[in-house]
Design a protein around this ligand. Structure first.
Ligand code: FES
Length: 168
């Protein structure tokens, strides 16, 4: 058994420090959780956004589809508008391409240059893409346009987050 004795002053110091720390943790933990929770929240998997595009109205000619959705960025909520060029293939598959040029990020348009009909054209530096999004060698872009994952619900087109196009 130890001969060391705890003085009344030491006992009060230990007790008050312990209780004070416990109370402080009780106050700080919810604040800390509130502060970092949105940052740690996992992004929903397979987030698709509704568009006003009826799938039956799509043709083999790319159509510009603008869509807006609410985006939560940690504590800040904003409305984001995005664009896709959407068409149906001969076999009926839906292809939705991002209009963001893979050179320096300008916006590409379908059939916008008379010298290069039925292609996506980037006005900034003359970038060219085939209908399926593949970049034309010899023009500034070095990669194909990104593709949106697509989903059809109640006859309307839903678009996911654009991802790299695997065209070689
Ligand atoms: S940004 Fe499109 S060609 Fe340069």
């Amino acid at each position: 058994m130890s001969n060391q004795r705890v003085s009344r002053r030491q006992f009060l110091n230990y007790t008050l420090t312990g209780v004070g720390g416990f109370m402080a943790a009780g106050v700080l933990m919810p604040m800390l959780r509130f502060a970092i929770d949105p940052v740690l929240a996992a992004e929903g998997k397979g987030d698709f956004h509704a568009t006003k595009q009826k799938v039956d109205d799509l043709t083999e000619t790319p159509t510009r589809v603008d869509f807006t959705y609410e985006q939560k960025d940690a504590w800040y909520t904003s409305n984001v508008t995005q664009t896709a060029w959407v068409y149906k293939t001969k076999s009926g598959d839906i292809v939705a391409l991002s209009p963001v040029c893979k050179h320096l990020g300008c916006t590409v348009n379908w059939n916008a240059n008379k010298s290069h009909p039925n292609m996506f054209f980037c006005p900034c530096h003359g970038g060219l893409y085939h209908k399926n999004g593949k970049n034309v060698p010899g023009t500034p872009p070095t990669r194909p346009l990104d593709v949106y994952p697509v989903k059809v619900k109640d006859g309307y087109l839903y678009l996911g987050k654009p991802k790299a196009n695997n065209l070689v």
